[in-house]
Ligand binder design. Structure first.
Ligand SMILES: NC(=O)c1ccc[n+]([C@@H]2O[C@H](COP(=O)([O-])OP(=O)(O)OC[C@H]3O[C@@H](n4cnc5c(N)ncnc54)[C@H](OP(=O)(O)O)[C@@H]3O)[C@@H](O)[C@H]2O)c1
Length: 169
């Protein structure tokens, strides 16, 4: 299972329910990586999507404990366990572990990190004001950076695409 996130220097991912910054190349990469796949997100991240609509061309799974939360075009699950058993069922429909992307936000990254072995991280070289953070994989001995792009820029924003992998003992 994959994690995909854009983080700042402090591994911040959002502020006031919104992304820290929108970088077109990052958004294109996100679309390319997740199209045709299964995306797993929290209710707050879903509500931050444009028009509160599911991401097109992807199976959208949204976690929420709210009994009346049932937006069109998404599958709502009520727990991590329910989500994992739903995902298990997709394995019979030709989706493998590599076809599942945990797309945020902070609560959901934290809850699913133990089940993930690959993280696609867009690292932005700036410290924004941020009220939600992703686990810092640089400080986690179970994870190692295995790929890194050249330095990329969007106006004055410097960023890198990095891939981290869980180290199997
Ligand atoms: N930089 C990035 O790549 C990136 C990506 C995604 C999001 N973000 C940012 O992250 C922020 C949102 O993150 P967040 O941590 O506040 O919220 P979140 O993880 O998106 O959603 C939290 C909600 O998910 C539901 N939930 C969480 N754990 C659950 C569980 N075990 N079982 C059932 N439901 C569960 C709950 O919904 P109910 O309250 O309905 O029960 C909870 O309130 C925003 O600022 C967003 O822009 C950044």
């Amino acid at each position: 299972m994959n994690i995909i996130a854009a983080v700042d220097q402090n591994w911040g991912i959002g502020n006031n329910g919104r992304l820290l910054v929108q970088i077109p190349l990052d958004q294109q990469m996100f679309r390319k990586d997740t199209l045709g796949k299964i995306v797993v997100m929290g209710r707050k991240t879903f509500e931050g999507l444009p028009g509160q609509r599911p991401l097109d061309g992807r199976i959208n799974i949204v976690l929420s404990t709210k009994p009346d939360f049932s937006p069109k075009g998404v599958i709502v699950t009520k727990s991590v366990e329910e989500t994992l058993s739903l995902l298990e069922g997709y394995k019979d429909k030709n989706f493998g572990e590599q076809d599942i992307f945990v797309i945020g936000g902070g609560q959901i990254y934290r809850a699913f990190l133990p089940y993930c072995d690959t993280a696609h991280i867009t690292q932005i070289e700036y410290a924004y004001s941020s009220d939600v953070h992703m686990v810092n994989l640089e400080e986690d001995p179970e994870w190692m950076m295995t790929e890194e792009s050249d330095e990329l820029t969007y106006f004055d924003v410097i960023f890198y695409f990095r891939k981290y992998q869980r180290i199997h003992e």
